[in-house]
Write a protein that binds this ligand. Sequence first.
Ligand code: AMP
Ligand code: GLY
Length: 423
Amino acid sequence: MRVLLIGSGGREHALAWKINQSKQLEKLFIATGNGGTANLATNIDLDVTKHEQVIKFCQTEKINLIIIGPEVPLVAGITDDLQKAGFNVFGPTKAAAQLEGSKAFTKALCDEMNIPTAAYAKFDEEVFALEFAKTQQFPLVIKADGLAAGKGVTIASKFEDAEKAIKDCFSGIFGKAGAEVVIEEFLEGEELSIFAICDGKNYITLASAQDHKRAYDGDKGPNTGGMGAYSPAPLLDENLLKRIEHEIIAPTIKGMAKRGMPFSGVLFAGLMVKDSAPYLIEHNARFGDPECQVLMMRLKSDILDLLMASAKGDISNIKLDWRDEAALTVVLAAKGYPASYKKGSLIKIDQANNENIQIFHAGTILEGEKILANGGRVLNVTALGKNVEQAQKSAYEAILNIEWEDSFYRSDIGWRAIDKSKI
Ligand code: AMP
Ligand code: GLY
């Protein structure tokens, strides 16, 4: 099989690593990839916003399957254009990617399909949003409707914070994404992510995984794309999984099909669990990053079988095998992230990859033999262990073999899972 993978983060390095293990793989290209993917595939400098250019490349290279990693090309409709040109694409169409691209769209689907979620109201005018916020209890959650790279959500503890967030959205700091604002009830509980591979009608849930969104230890500091993750998430037991499938995943798939926009690709449901009941916080239309890294470490089955079946619209014959071990990944980020940070500093990695340790690259580039930092989240040190605690120990030991002055990382990834296992 000749495969094109689109993206350049740690998620895509982990996917590329897993794809590379498939006996079916003949050739893997990545647009644009990073310093890590360069060692296992051919990085290519395609402009993925130019769909014609991507189609031409796929025709020339006789690509059999295209896998879309990030949300931005999905929401821009790359799947639709590639499918129209006759290609198999893993990832939802533009209409189906609205599940991630518009919070108001997803909220309306929740209403229609009775999916449990926070109570909400949506506004396209600042004055009405402010008037509404004044009458609400705090904390209150303010969200830009569209894609805002993880920065569009504010948990306001008092009216003044809500006022600032609402004004920020309508002032255009998120561009078109903030033209509509969703205001919702604050849900207390514990967060959990569920990933399901879909084909428009059916779904298969993957092993559980959980990330840490805040920048600093103790889950403090600003929100980021994710500073680490682990799998499995001990919060998820069989009963809770059944409820999530029955109350959230299945009605989402059914509701999307009913709207004439069947969802295929990965459905990534961000949930809040309160008193054993799941509530949907948000849907994403792609793998989580860094959750994907721990899932790929644990997946035993051939990933190309799975992704191709989804692309072709029938996953009903797919069965997945997982390793019993736990996996944990720690993100090494550039000092300053998620605010401003420097690029170009030198990284020395004196840690070999092996069956139990993989260093996935995110924001790196190669300059000759040298690895240079080239982004906010830069390396994902990922380990397998007999439980989350052992995986954590191995990941932090491996980090000691990396020299990179400009970095910081959290020292407590997995703490909730480890605390739980001690109870
Ligand atoms: P989102 O981009 O919608 O996932 O929101 C980012 C983060 O904000 C989530 O991972 C939660 O930690 C938090 N969050 C979003 N909505 C709510 C809510 N209604 N109640 C509590 N926390 C929320
Ligand atoms: N780690 C959270 C996300 O990928 O959105």
